[in-house]
Write a protein that binds this ligand. Structure first.
Ligand SMILES: [Zn+2]
Ligand SMILES: [Zn+2]
Length: 335
């Protein structure tokens, strides 16, 4: 079986003799068709991931076709893979929050993922793709993380939202905030990215990160700040700065996770009666919301999928994409 194995940081190998897993009861074999590559994969490639054992087969943004039968699923069914394997019995799972399972295993991170011809996953982690193209199906997972963050915010339509950091996850949050009827402004360091978001996705209002940003935000919100602020920067200093952009009575949703501690002023936090919300991964509801939005033409997936390569090309291309600053939004491997 063909696969791409990350032996150690900087060393990705294409192999054609990887051993296929056994199909166990309740699990289904899936022939992988497309794999989206994201920041997590670049971190693994470069050895920047905090907890990861090598060798590892990466790949957690997956679409494919079932190759064995399940209880409700026939072979040959086009599917989206939810890469978050949960235990089903911990406190989070019992509360219907498998996305923050205490024993979560993420495909391609904690356990081998889908950069290979075939993977075996629990039937409950497969969602029928229906008439969605399998290329689009491989883009559902990263968009679902943004959709989940928006759902966590519980904001009313018309609320003013600021999305800080517009990599793929931030763009996903912005797209689903707009779909939820929020009035979205973007903040990023990259003028090029903000230009792309305006031209390709229709986000007219943006702020360039820097010393003038706070003044500009105060001006554009009549001094109030934003009802909801989403952080997708992966940068601790940026997360700290974002507290001051939240309106009194507003919410701050932390989508990206950093290894550092973050600090904030309790009086500033308290006087706002601010809600501070973590958003982790996504659940089936979010995946289904994203699928419906793509079907409804609300997500310009053709503009987001900027780069592609074959599995054979993947080792070299992933290493170079990890450094690519310009024009790369979402790269997809085609099997
Ligand atoms: Zn990802
Ligand atoms: Zn659990």
């Amino acid at each position: 079986m063909r696969a791409v194995v990350t032996r150690e940081p900087g060393r990705l190998d294409f192999v054609d003799d990887a051993v296929a897993e056994e199909v166990r009861p309740g699990w289904i074999a899936v022939d992988i068709r497309h794999v989206g590559i994201c920041g997590t994969d670049y971190h693994i490639t470069e050895g920047k991931h905090p907890f990861l054992e090598y060798p590892r087969i990466m790949g957690h943004e997956l679409s494919g076709v079932t190759a064995s039968a399940g209880i409700d699923m026939a072979p040959g069914t086009p599917v989206i893979v939810n890469p978050y394997i949960s235990c089903g019995s911990c406190i989070a799972c019992r509360r219907g929050k498998p996305n923050c399972c205490t024993r979560i295993a993420v495909l391609g991170v904690h356990t081998d993922g889908g950069l290979r011809e075939r993977i075996v996953v629990p039937e409950g982690n497969l969602y029928p793709a229906g008439d969605l193209s399998l290329r689009d199906a491989a883009m559902v997972e990263f968009l679902a993380i943004g959709a989940h963050a928006v759902r966590r915010a519980e904001a009313e339509p018309g609320a003013r939202a600021l999305v800080i950091g517009i990599g793929p996850i931030g763009l996903g949050a912005a797209i689903f905030a707009k779909i939820a009827g929020l009035d979205v402004t973007l903040l990023d360091t990259s003028v090029e990215r903000l230009g792309f978001a305006r031209e390709a996705l229709g986000f007219e209002r943006s702020v360039i990160a820097g010393p003038a940003a706070a003044g500009e935000i105060a001006h554009m919100t009549e001094g109030d700040g934003f009802d909801v602020v989403f952080d997708a920067t992966g940068n601790a200093r940026s997360i700290e700065a974002g507290f001051s952009f939240v309106a009194h009575g507003g919410s701050y949703v932390l989508v990206s996770v950093v290894r550092d501690e973050i600090r904030f002023s309790d009086p500033e936090f308290h006087k706002r009666e601010m809600r501070l919300i973590a958003s982790r991964n996504a659940t089936r509801v979010d995946f289904e919301h994203v699928m419906a939005a793509i079907r409804a033409g609300q997500v310009p997936t053709d503009r987001l999928a900027t780069h592609r390569a074959t599995l054979e090309e993947a080792p070299e291309r992933i290493k170079s994409w990890a450094h690519e600053k310009s024009g790369l939004i979402k790269a997809i491997i085609d099997l």
